[in-house]
Design a protein around this ligand. Sequence first.
Ligand SMILES: [Zn+2]
Length: 274
Amino acid sequence: MRACLFAGDRIVLAEGACDLPSLEEAKGWEGGSAEWFRVDAGAARAMAARMSARWTPLPEVAVMGLRAVLPLLPEPSLSLALTAAHLARWRRTSRFCGVCGAANEPAPGHRAMLCPSCGHLAFPKISPAVIVQVTRGDNILLGRSRRHPRGGYSVLAGFVDPGESLEDTVRREIREEAGIRVRGIRYFGSQPWPFPDSLMVGFRAVYDGGELRGRDEELEDVGWFGADALPPVPPPYSIARGLIDDFARRHGVDPAALASWGRRGSGGRGASSG
Ligand SMILES: [Zn+2]
């Protein structure tokens, strides 16, 4: 059995290791005080726990940002670590009942927190966001967020608002961030993205009019790029990169030849994937 041990939002591995530790190994590091919970990712299973803020890492461990382990961990360890991170954060932010304020407890038989006082069940929060490959002829729409590494561009993304269909969100986000209209919205694929609790839902869409407008609080720049002149784009494990690779491939460019930006720290509540 593997273990996902967290210190804050960071994950604890053995120094120099490229996989999750065993449960025995991790229990040795945490000293027997952590509250362990089960994590499933497909058929794979692990145990996870979060250390208290006072925990001091031992010399034999490496405490790593979650994004830094994305290119490192093999499957199914990567899926287990991402799922565990999502659940660990949800458990930490669901300690009290939202209805009556009593202390919650893990619900027996459910992946939920139960209020022993009023019976309210709180399930893990998942925040859906759309991420969109917009094309105009042989060009793709890319934006540079203030949170991207210098010079890095990606496809546009945004969270779903209450009352919106996913297609509504695609139309609104592209209109708000780039000032243009899109049509031909088609599903591409999806990816859990626990930074902190998103589900990224990918779409393709086609330019349908309007004048491109960049620069707002979120975006420093937005523009059209040909497949042979792409700026640095997100690393290969993100759906953002999957959408850009799809565009490149369809225009005769090998995705392996694209320049990626490096790893970076976690951002705030922005839906940009990568
Ligand atoms: Zn309650």
